[in-house]
Design a protein around this ligand. Sequence first.
Ligand code: AMP
Length: 302
Amino acid sequence: MSVAIARTVSELRAVVAQWRRSGATIGIVPTMGALHDGHLSLVRKALERAERVIVTLFVNPKQFNSPADLIAYPRTESEDAAKLAPLGTHLLYVPDAEEMYPAGFATVVSVSGISECLCGAFRPGHFNGVATVVAKLFLQAGADFAFFGEKDFQQLQLVRRLVRDLDIPITIVPCPTVREADGLALSSRNVRLSPAQRAIAPKLASVLLDTAERLARGSPILPTLDEARATILAAGYRELEYLELRGETDLQSLASLDRPARLLAAAWLGDTRLIDNVAISPIGSWSGARSSLQSEAAQQLR
Ligand code: AMP
């Protein structure tokens, strides 16, 4: 069993045109490859929602801040294809950097407001790279639906803003974070963790979860966040870039829990940077962050 591969924009468009003639709906799942069960959950959702599914594998140089990180990023096309084929994926789109950014390429897509805060403050230019490649992939494929993980929550909100602002006719479908049994969010970077670091890693998710629960029950915001930051460092994380309470859609700071919110964090465990986030329900409509994590875990097991 194998999946067809397109490596150029014209090959991709030829396949899509054929699908369009047959009236099929099309979904796209943008990834950088090195696929794990988190990525595969997006593909499964895409296959439920659309009649034809394209998975893109492109390690986008424009979204890396560090050349060393770009070089070290795993590239595992044949393993990825072997994971996607049995699911029924219809097409892999695997352009190279020259195809995406030919000589003379000069355009930057930038979503202000959402791009500068949180991860954007520590990874200058990262979200311009994401917005530029996502806009290109959407325009190249002309899909009806695109599937993004809540694991990269800031990226998800950036993409939603981008398609609204540029009137790109595509529906963005958010997909819950897939986690290991101990709560650690699946990430292509987890393989870099030593056994000792792997044992510490789930503390990020558990602290976010406990903190979300405490905030939703009325704990004062600033001291509760400070306590959470201290707990993550005490657990063995080397550095905490941020742990913040933000409004769900605009990612602006919140002084009170008067609307749907998200607790987001980025932290370094040795030389590995991990990110995670959990939802918080406003006071009065508490349904439980823990139950939301449990439902994420249940989804993973299905
Ligand atoms: P990446 O290859 O890391 O750029 O991720 C590609 C897509 O997979 C993005 O939409 C991510 O948010 C999503 N993704 C990565 N990890 C997970 C996870 N643990 N659960 C759900 N989606 C994920």
